[in-house]
Design a protein around this ligand. Structure first.
Ligand code: COA
Length: 321
């Protein structure tokens, strides 16, 4: 990156960092901009100082990656940094430049594509530009600080037993993992593809083979009815940088059989997971939910999680306005 651009990036990152900290102490310092597919887009500002910068990265998710279960195959990801205080004009200018950049590329790439921006949930003044350019809030990364108190929930079913899963539970854990992907498929967030079942099974086998895996099953009469899966901090480095809190853990999967929902099974499983997290001194736990999932949004809010980042998408990418 030429020194002039480097100076501008540092300057805008500093302003964005100050802004983020004032809005949400759980946000990290803005990292360096990734290497993009072209020179950064620049939004005009007052006195010759740019009001914002953005970089586009083209990502192809291979068919043998489990990530294909959680997003389109071809992703055009914009990382934007804006100075503020009013983000609307700069965001609009950057999105207009991005649309022009993607025009031919996105159409040629077809339907299994998305134009994507992950934006701090509480940084709201530019959101109208995202909506007007045809973007929708698809998923949220939510955060739960340790030991956050919960309101009293429903009575736990008297015959409910929660136990740690092990290698012998491969079939049922795989079934529940696929259950979440299918459920989220209704919101265009989960994708059951030809390779998904085999990939989930392989991933599950590896995770259940670890000593004392952080996977718990809820059973009634010896019959599994629900599951929660955590990734301890040492397996959560891939997402831990999304928060300022050191050593974040990740809650990867939560599933209750449809005929057992709304009866307190989910809350009992989460309590078991939180007991473990709090005992291990984990400062913050992160998880994803689909923004329009009508059962998970209120559920996670009651369990003490609140939005940290919102992923805005246009699908297919050519629909970006
Ligand atoms: C999300 C899901 C796991 C919740 O499991 P659940 O067993 O239905 O959860 P619970 O019964 O413990 O909690 C939900 C109900 O209990 C109530 N509740 C639970 N804890 C509560 C608390 N501390 N305070 C107040 N109410 C509480 C809620 O009001 C809710 O009642 P409602 O359904 O009548 O509104 C389940 O709906 C599910 O598997 N959904 C499909 C997959 C999915 O969405 N997974 C999450 C992906 S991020």
């Amino acid at each position: 990156m030429p020194w002039v651009i480097r100076d501008v990036v540092n300057d805008i990152n500093k302003a964005a960092g100050k802004r983020w900290q004032a809005l949400d102490a759980l946000l990290p310092e803005p990292g360096d901009l990734p290497e993009g597919c072209m020179a950064p887009l620049v939004a005009t500002g007052a006195n010759g100082r740019p009001a914002g910068l953005a970089v586009c990265v083209h990502r192809h998710v291979p068919a043998d990656s489990l990530q294909q279960a959680w997003g389109p195959v071809n992703q055009y990801v914009l990382t934007a940094r804006l100075r503020g205080p009013d983000l609307l004009p700069a965001m609009d200018e950057l999105l207009t430049g991005w649309r022009e950049h993607l025009a031919g590329i996105a159409e040629a790439a077809g339907d299994d594509t998305a134009a994507m921006i992950t934006w701090p949930s509480r940084d709201v003044t530019g959101v109208r530009a995202l909506v007007r350019h045809g973007m929708a809030p698809m998923t949220v990364i939510a955060a739960r600080p340790a030991r956050r108190a919960l309101p009293p929930g429903p009575d736990v079913p008297a015959d409910l037993v929660i136990r740690r899963a092990g290698p012998d539970d491969l079939d049922i854990v795989t079934e529940f993992e696929l259950g979440v992907i299918s459920w989220d498929g209704q919101f265009d967030v989960g994708f059951v593809r030809p390779a998904t079942e085999a990939l989930v099974r392989q991933d599950t086998a590896a995770s259940l083979a670890r000593p004392a895996p952080w996977t718990w099953l809820a059973e009634r009469g010896g019959h599994p009815v629900g599951m929660v899966v955590l990734q301890p901090p040492e397996q959560s480095a891939w997402i831990a940088g999304m928060t300022s809190a050191p050593g974040a853990a990740y809650l990867a999967t939560m599933f209750v059989r449809p005929d057992e929902r709304s009866g307190g099974v989910g809350a009992a499983l989460v309590k078991r997971a939180h007991d473990e997290l709090d005992a291990q001194g984990v400062a913050v736990t992160l998880l994803h939910y689909a923004q329009v999932n009508p059962v998970s949004v209120p559920f996670w809010s009651r369990m003490g999680y609140r939005p940290l980042w919102t992923a805005w998408d246009t699908r297919p990418a050519a629909a970006l306005r």
